[in-house]
Design a protein around this ligand. Sequence first.
Ligand SMILES: [Zn+2]
Length: 317
Amino acid sequence: MPTVETVNGPVDAEELGVTLIHEHFRAIDEAGRFQFPHLYDEQGEWDAAMHDAKAVKRHEVKTVVEPTAMFLHRDAAFSKRVADESGLQVVLATGVYSYDHLPQFLLNRDEDAVAAIFVHEIEHGIQGSEIKPALIKCAADAPGVTPNVEKIHRAAARACVQTGRPIMAHSRPAGGTGLVQMRIFEEEGVDPAKVQVAHTGDTDDLDYIERLLDTGCWIGMDRYGLDIFLPTEPRQKTVLALLEKGHADRMFLSQDYCSTIDWFPLEIQDSLKASEVPKWSMTFLFEEVIPELKERGMSDEQLRQMMVENPKRWLGS
Ligand SMILES: [Zn+2]
C-alpha cells in the first residue's frame, strides 16, 4: 500500500479519508512578513488557521492538502502545529509559487539545480525539519509560461521523474496555460497521471477542460467561492456536466481558501471579502456546494470518488 507524507510523517494512503485537496491555512509573502512585521498579525493568523481547521473537522474532513510553496510563506512548523492542535492530517508541498519573478539564487541555477532543491526536501525534509513534502508545486498565471515559469515547471518535472512525487500546477484557464504546462511535463517525461492542473474549475469552457483531460491529468475544481474568477453557478454546471460525461475519477473539489491572505491591507480585508467573495470559506463546499450538487444529480459514489478515492490515488501514485 502506498504511503503519503504528512506533517506527522507518512500515512497509509487509505488513511487520508475525506480530503480537501487545495486549501491554505496561511498565504502571505515571506519577505513582507520578515521585513515589515508591523503589517502582519501573527496571533490573528494562528486564530484564523485554527478556526478553519476546527471548522473542516466538524464536516468530517480528515486531511487537508496545503500546497503552499515558496512566496506564500510555507512554514512546516506552523502547519504541524495546526495539525497537532486540530487533529487534522496536513499534507505539504515543495516548489515555487511565482507567476514570473524569481530571485537571483534561482535565476542563477539551471533546471537541474532547482530540481535538486526540491529533491533534497523530498528526501531530507522541509526547512531543516523531518517533515517531507508529498507533492511538488509550480504555477503559471496571467503572464503565461514565461522563461522563468518554464524553468520552475521543468525543475518540478525533473524532481517528479526522480522521486515519483506528484505535481500540482496552478493554472490560469483564461490564458489556456494548462495545455502548455502539460506539454512541458510531457516533454520532460512526466507521467500525466502524476499531474493535477489546479484551478481548472475557473472556466466553464468544456472544450478546453476535455482537451486537458485528454492529456491524462487530474483537474482541480478547486476555487469554489472565488466568484472573482467564476461564480458558483457556472462552476456547478461545469462539474455536473463533467460528472455526466464520466469524469468523476479525474476531478477534485476544493476552495483554495486562505485563512489569512496578505494581498490586500488587513484593514480592508473584511469589507473586500464581503463585497467580492462573500461565500468563500473553508467550509462553503460542505454547507452549500455539495448539498446542491447532490440535489442536482451527483451520486454519493461520485462524491466519495472526488473527496476520498482521487486524493488517495493521486497522492499515493
Ligand atoms: Zn492555492
